[in-house]
Design a protein around this ligand. Structure first.
Ligand SMILES: *Cc1c(COP(=O)(O)O)cnc(C)c1O
Length: 399
């Protein structure tokens, strides 16, 4: 028998709040109805506010984050185009792999897993590229496999310092809506997100913000694209319609998601993620023999923590025990860090006590897997931090 809640601490799909689940529970509707556009057009406007852009055009494709990656590349670049990318975890790795398979000439910088985008190296390459043969630079803002956040504005600064016209692409799948992201202020040309992380929805919506410069590039880009074509979308999107059947339930979910993010206030959402993450980090620091995969505080991600377990134990056992005995799902160690790392996703619809539950469950699973952590040590460290951080909060429940 299963009693109580299951505990989902993977960094996507994240917990879907009751409000969003209910909002999606509506009858099917006519996506060519005369009033359908009145329903969808505000969604594009809402997404612009979340991406912090007034200049860009938003796109929504039925698909996951990976679809948004493909759409971004195929609509704006040409086979053989030179681009700069860096690889420091499974997601940045997969984006490089896709770019290569689509025929881009990728200059890939490999970075030790645990650090992020090597801005100095980007700056050097851009500075040296006097003929402007580099067409785009790619940034994975939050590497979900290692819990590493990178400095997007610093990459913009490197482009500006070199006076380089390359487009700036950002993977914001596990950051947008949870960690600050500023499309316009940071001069980002193409940003991608997916519905099942910070947006607290099921998977199935790929979202992109595309700058005027990237839309200009679209006009001459020659890579084949069909399902993910910007042009096909643009023909009908302005009236709120889609070139093929859109996922209307997800649109209802998105409307609620945007409302929830804005009722809390984006800056408060970011502050909450930071506070919850810091508590989890303090907890991890209290576990003997464990450490964060992120190699320094400048890389800390506020949406996911990847934990390197002691060498004597297998992180897969921690994950299995957590799931089998305590119905807690932790994120696994992907490829290179399999068996060495497990992850606690702390993004989306989450609060302090849920984070304490994750730490508590992890302590039991770690202990049973053979680690010498003191039971309660991580929970206590996180509690102490939350007490301190919530000094000024009168009553969270009363909001
Ligand atoms: C989850 C994720 C993706 C892939 O998204 P899917 O929705 O699984 O296709 C890409 N990039 C990052 C950073 C992610 O966290």
């Amino acid at each position: 028998m299963k009693h109580g809640h299951t505990h989902l601490f993977i960094p996507g799909p994240t917990n879907v709040p009751e409000r969003i689940r209910r909002a999606m529970n509506v009858p099917m509707e006519d996506m060519r109805a005369p009033d359908f556009g009145a329903f969808t057009k505000p969604l594009f406007e809402g997404l612009k506010r979340i991406f912090k852009t007034t200049d860009s055009r938003m796109f929504m494709f039925p698909g996951s984050g990976t679809g948004a990656w493909e759409s971004a590349i195929t609509n704006t670049l040409n086979a053989g185009d030179k681009v700069i990318m860096s690889r420091f975890g499974q997601f940045s790795h997969l984006w490089v792999d896709m770019a290569e398979r689509l025929g881009l000439d990728v200059h890939c910088i490999d970075v030790e897993w645990g650090a992020g985008v090597p801005v100095d190296e980007y700056a050097r390459l851009l500075e040296a590229d006097k003929s402007h043969s580099i067409k785009a630079v790619f940034v994975t803002q939050n590497e979900t496999a290692t819990g590493v956040a990178s400095d997007v504005p610093a990459v913009r600064a490197a482009l500006d310092a070199a006076n380089h016209p390359a487009l700036l692409f950002v993977d914001g799948v596990s950051s947008i809506g949870s960690i600050d992201f500023q499309m316009d202020a940071w001069g980002v040309d193409l940003a991608v997100a997916g519905s099942q992380k910070g947006f607290m929805m099921p998977a199935g919506l790929s979202m992109l913000a595309v700058s005027p410069r990237a839309l200009e590039a679209e006009k001459t880009a020659t890579m084949p694209r069909c399902y993910f074509s910007f042009a096909d979308m643009m023909k009908v999107n302005d009236d709120g319609y889609f070139p093929y059947t859109p996922p209307t339930q997800l649109f209802h979910g998105l409307r609620e998601s945007i409302a929830m993010l804005e009722e809390e206030g984006l800056e408060n959402v970011f502050a909450r993620h930071n506070r919850l993450a810091e508590g989890v980090r303090r907890g991890i620091a209290a576990w003997d023999g464990c450490r964060l995969c992120a190699v320094g505080p400048e890389w800390h991600s506020d949406t996911v923590s990847a934990i390197v377990v002691p060498e004597s134990i297998d992180a897969r056992d921690v994950i299995r025990i957590g799931y089998d005995k305590y119905r807690t799902s932790f994120g696994s160690g992907l490829t290179k860090v399999m068996g060495k790392v497990f992850r606690i996703g702390h993004l989306g619809d989450l609060n302090e006590v849920m984070c304490l539950a994750a730490l508590s469950s992890a302590e039991m699973a770690l202990t049973e897997a053979g680690a010498k952590v003191e039971l309660g040590a991580g929970v206590a460290a996180a509690q102490a931090y939350y007490l301190e951080a919530n000094q000024d909060v009168v009553n969270i429940a009363a909001e």
